[in-house]
Design a protein around this ligand. Structure first.
Ligand SMILES: Cc1cc2nc3c(=O)[nH]c(=O)nc-3n(C[C@H](O)[C@H](O)[C@H](O)COP(=O)(O)O)c2cc1C
Length: 306
């Protein structure tokens, strides 16, 4: 799959996930063969206010070539300025969040609320392309707000200059309930010429093949299925990787500590550890130990058991 001038080494990509898509996780996903990794959603307003918590989200791992950042907001002018911001300049691809369903976000006209205002969404895409001086700008959307409008909406994003679109096969109203509608994603693939990345409910290499066959999409984005299971990207490439969880989590933890300090590093590693131990014989005890761990030494001790 190609996004703008960038030919990806795999068409399976790691999704942006707030609080989860940290630099360490993204590094592991790339090592196992993810074709692209995105930062979690970064507020364009936070960037303009030079908010420290926002800036830390814009760090890039050396292996992230090309590197993608996801921005969210609602004002085209602020997107224009954010796209030219030095923290964003390090990235090769800018993705715009038009899928986040969280009330705090949609109440400000951001995230999936943009699917109710195609003209504003188009203005944001155009302003971002202009601010980024022609870098590829992509859009991540849902199927719609409360009904399926993604084929038409994707066409409008393409018309505004989007280099690719990712479609999560649920409406905003559905949040994360039910099954992602892969047939509806197929309609988007048929509606546009730019690459489409299909997203929703891919947990195994088999799911990856099934979503590609059903949708005909150029790429597949994986979110929850990769948490604690970054080797999924190697399995998708037909490999049978020998996974050394201890080494992987030690690397992720050390990257997190360098970036965020010990306390935040512990908190950020927890969902990954909990996902990784599920299905193990002693999963219940391990989950409890992860949940109650406070100090870095406790987290390290659990990692050493893996
Ligand atoms: C904890 C969490 C955080 C998320 N944060 C973001 C985000 O920052 N930006 C975004 O576009 N989508 C975000 N999503 C949505 C995912 O990228 C993805 O679209 C959704 O989870 C469906 O894919 P999946 O079935 O592979 O999980 C998030 C999802 C989860 C579970």
């Amino acid at each position: 799959m190609k996004i703008g001038p960038y030919r990806l080494q795999s068409d399976a990509v790691l999704a942006p996930m707030a609080g989860v898509s940290d630099l360490g996780f993204r590094t592991l996903a790339r090592r196992y063969g993810a074709g692209l990794t995105y930062t979690e959603m970064v507020s364009v307003c936070g960037l303009m206010h030079r908010n420290k918590q926002t800036e830390v989200l814009t760090l890039v791992a050396p292996c992230e070539t090309p590197a993608a950042i996801q921005l969210f907001g609602s004002d085209p002018d602020i997107f224009f300025r954010a796209a030219g911001h030095e923290a964003v300049a390090k990235f090769d691809i800018i993705d715009i969040n038009m899928g986040c369903p969280v009330p705090k976000v949609v109440s400000r006209g951001e995230g999936s609320a943009l699917m109710k205002d195609a003209r504003r969404a188009q203005d944001i895409v155009r302003a971002t392309i202009e601010g980024a001086k022609g870098k590829p700008v992509t859009v991540k959307m849902r199927l719609g707000w409360d009904s399926v409008i993604a084929p038409e909406f994707a066409r409008q994003m393409q018309e505004a200059g989007a280099a690719a679109v990712t479609v999560h096969g649920r409406t905003r109203k559905q949040l994360y309930t039910g099954r992602a509608d892969w047939e509806a994603i197929r309609q988007v693939v048929e509606a546009v010429d730019v690459p489409v990345i299909a997203n929703g409910d891919v947990k195994t290499a088999e799911d990856y093949r099934a979503i590609k066959a059903t949708t005909g999409a150029d790429g597949v984005m994986i979110a929850r299925g990769a948490v604690g299971h970054t080797s999924l990207f190697a399995e998708i490439l037909g490999q049978t990787p020998e996974v050394d969880y201890k080494a992987d989590f030690t690397l992720q933890l050390s990257l997190l500590r360098q970036t965020f300090g010990d306390h935040v590093a512990c908190m950020l590693l927890k969902p990954h550890l909990i996902a990784a131990v599920s299905g193990r014989r002693n999963a219940k005890e391990l989950r409890l130990a992860v949940g109650t761990a406070r100090a870095i030494e406790e987290i390290e001790a659990i990692v050493n058991l893996l």
